[in-house]
Design a binder for this molecule. Structure first.
Ligand code: ADP
Ligand code: MG
Length: 603
């Protein structure tokens, strides 16, 4: 396969036909209605068809799947024997959901390549059907590193015939602790394979993977401006920590967005905010890493169908979430990294729609906001937090806008009669004014009882004046408690890798340990606790929070463990694997970059 030899006029927009795709793939592109390749496709497809390795730095929604999926299919040898797990192409994706999405897309590109089989493999699903499919023969496997490793270990999958290897969302894959698995997988593939590596960011760890495993790659970067960011209206509001939930409720109550995602920094905060919203009558659900895949898919489906309007999520949990209905992203907490900010707001403004993003910034986080603005080269516009009065006005307008339809529907005799009775002179001889009566009805309908509502409005105005005026003693004290007391008290155990010094991460109580079993191995909290108590002589009370990730888990243990205890526990088996317990130092990629770790006011 070679690059197209047609010479384009330089000012012409390239079309897919200019990229030199084989006819069956061009037909699939036509079927999908793709006419103009996205920038990353325009660069990656010819390079990959020419047999080059590539690195692609691009945000979500830039069309990466077709950029590697089409050339990957072009590289297949349809006549080769692929049975017994001797696949020709392997795509690694960080999560089950992404693996499924990519497999589905690659399948849609392969509709005119009869006989080409694409198989998604991921943890949390039974092995047998995947093993059977591999034995019968598939050309392309799209999988999470954990499950791919398991199939390799079981001899169900072989990489010695792989011609094309893709790492999709490589930064996320390393962040989730798959670095070792990725190394092993590269090690098992033949030396002359072609590699495409995609990542939203290019930190040193990813650069190193590229330097080690790619051959003279064509480096492609799609500028951030040309991706989703420009279609999103970005705003911020200064909100002291203790006003965040109330502010969020009013923002949601006045929003015209079909659906909203609220981002928090920690799982604990996600859960708290989710509960607080439901208590206030908002149709909201929470997804964090703790939510089982099945449950997560159900929630995402409800969001997509409109059965759910608000999703509260952590960064990792919302990865790959692609729901067109999302018109608003609220950063309840500012993300630690500017990159995460870009990912978050990329959840809206999808499929050619415009979206809005609102970030809550506590008074002492203004420096952090500046840092984000500098990194994304965009100024955020300050927005007003809606007041109780704004909320009532919004609700009243919504109700009034439905009045014509209700009038149209008729059958109002019952109410007309009651109103006529009500509007006759009372004992004191006065008749209520119809407009006043309608106003009272409207007030009741929006839940405005009068005095209390007025008090809430006055309170809100006072609070906003304090925030705006800035430096009163009261706000300073509030800021201090935001920074220290309040946050740690409200989110115990939460800020896992927050503003702590490098090195071993401390749990709220005790030390955080890393064990070598995770979701990919079918680990359950129960099993981990069992091993720790049986083999390690710990009591249940010594064990705090357990976070299970793809290939590992983090466990808070309050009792100090000496080397002997660690050795003993390390050899214990959970889900058929040794625990290999060690104090958690945090994956290097999981840490914020150095600049982010300075106190906010110097950033
Ligand atoms: P990424 O992996 O970069 O986040 P995807 O590959 O998932 O992006 O593509 C995002 C969306 O854009 C998908 O719905 C895809 O079908 C669509 N898409 C991709 N390329 C094109 C194109 N050239 N023309 C029109 N739509 C496209
Ligand atoms: Mg993608």
């Amino acid at each position: 396969m070679s690059t197209p030899d047609s010479t384009l006029p330089t000012d012409a927009q390239p079309t897919f036909r200019d990229l030199g795709l084989p006819a069956p793939l061009q037909s699939a592109v036509d079927d999908l209605g793709f006419t103009t390749p996205s920038p990353i496709q325009a660069e990656a497809v010819p390079a990959l068809l020419a047999g080059r390795d590539i690195t692609g730095v691009a945000q979500t929604g830039t069309g990466k799947t077709a950029a590697f999926g089409l050339p990957l299919l072009a590289a297949l040898d349809a006549d080769a024997d692929v049975s017994r797990g001797h696949v020709q192409a392997l795509v690694l994706a960080p999560t089950r959901e992404l693996a499924m999405q990519v497999a589905e897309a690659v399948e849609s590109f392969a509709t005119h390549l009869p006989g080409v089989q694409v198989l998604p493999v991921y943890g949390g699903a039974p092995y047998q059907p995947q093993q059977r499919a591999l034995r019968d023969g598939v050309h392309v496997v799209v999988g999470t590193p954990g499950r791919v490793m398991d199939h390799l270990d079981r001899g169900a999958l072989h990489l010695d015939t792989v011609k094309f290897l893709v790492l999709d969302e490589a930064d996320e894959m390393l962040r989730m602790g798959f670095a070792e698995d990725v190394e092993t997988i590269f090690g098992q593939a033949p030396a002359e394979r072609q590699v495409a590596l995609f990542s939203a960011t290019m930190p040193p760890a990813i650069r190193q993977v590229a330097d080690t495993h790619l051959t003279d790659p064509v480096q492609i970067a799609v500028s951030r401006q040309s991706s989703t960011v420009t279609t999103v209206e970005q705003t911020y509001a200064v909100v002291p920590f203790r006003h965040k939930v109330g502010s969020l409720v009013r923002v949601l109550a006045t929003s015209d967005a079909d659906a909203t995602i609220v981002f928090t920094r920690t799982r604990a905060a996600a859960e708290e905010v989710g509960v607080a919203l439901v208590e206030r009558g908002v149709s909201a659900a929470t997804i964090s890493g703790d939510v089982a895949q099945k449950e997560r898919e159900k929630i995402v489906e409800r969001l997509r169908s409109g059965a759910l309007d608000v999703l509260v999520a952590t960064d990792v949990a919302a990865r790959g979430l692609d729901v067109d209905r999302i018109g608003l992203v609220v950063n309840f907490d500012l993300p630690r990294e500017a990159e995460a900010y870009v990912h978050r707001i990329g959840r809206t403004g999808r499929a050619g729609r415009t979206g809005k993003a609102l970030s809550f910034v506590t008074p002492h986080e203004r420096g952090k906001l500046k840092h984000i603005e500098r990194t994304i080269r965009t100024r955020l516009v300050e927005a007003e937090i809606p007041s109780p009065r704004d909320v009532s006005a919004h609700r009243a307008r919504t109700i009034l806008s439905t009045v014509p339809t209700r009038l149209e529907a008729g059958r109002l005799d019952l109410y007309t009669q009651l109103l006529t009775e009500h509007l006759t002179p009372g004992e004191d001889g006065t008749t209520p004014d119809p407009t006043q009566v309608a106003a009272a009805l409207l007030a009741l309908a929006v839940g405005d009882d009068g005095p209390q509502h007025l008090a809430a409005q006055a309170e809100h105005e006072k609070e906003r004046a304090e925030v705006k005026g800035g430096r009163t003693r009261e706000t300073k004290r509030a800021e201090r408690s935001d920074r220290d007391g309040d946050r740690t008290r409200r989110h115990p155990r939460a800020d896992r890798d927050g503003d702590r010094p490098r090195g071993i991460r401390r749990a709220a109580e005790g030390t955080r340990y890393r064990v070598a079993v995770g979701h990919a191995h079918g680990a359950q909290p129960r099993g981990i606790v069992g091993a720790l108590t049986n083999e390690g002589g710990l009591r249940g009370a010594d064990i705090g929070k357990i976070d299970i990730f793809g290939s590992f888990s983090l466990v808070d243990i309050t009792k100090p463990l000496d080397d002997a205890a660690m050795n003993k526990i390390g050899r214990a088996n959970v889900a058929g694997r040794q625990l290999r317990i060690a104090p958690d130092k945090g994956a290097p990629q999981a840490r914020a970059p150095r600049s982010e770790r300075r106190p906010a006011h110097t950033a």
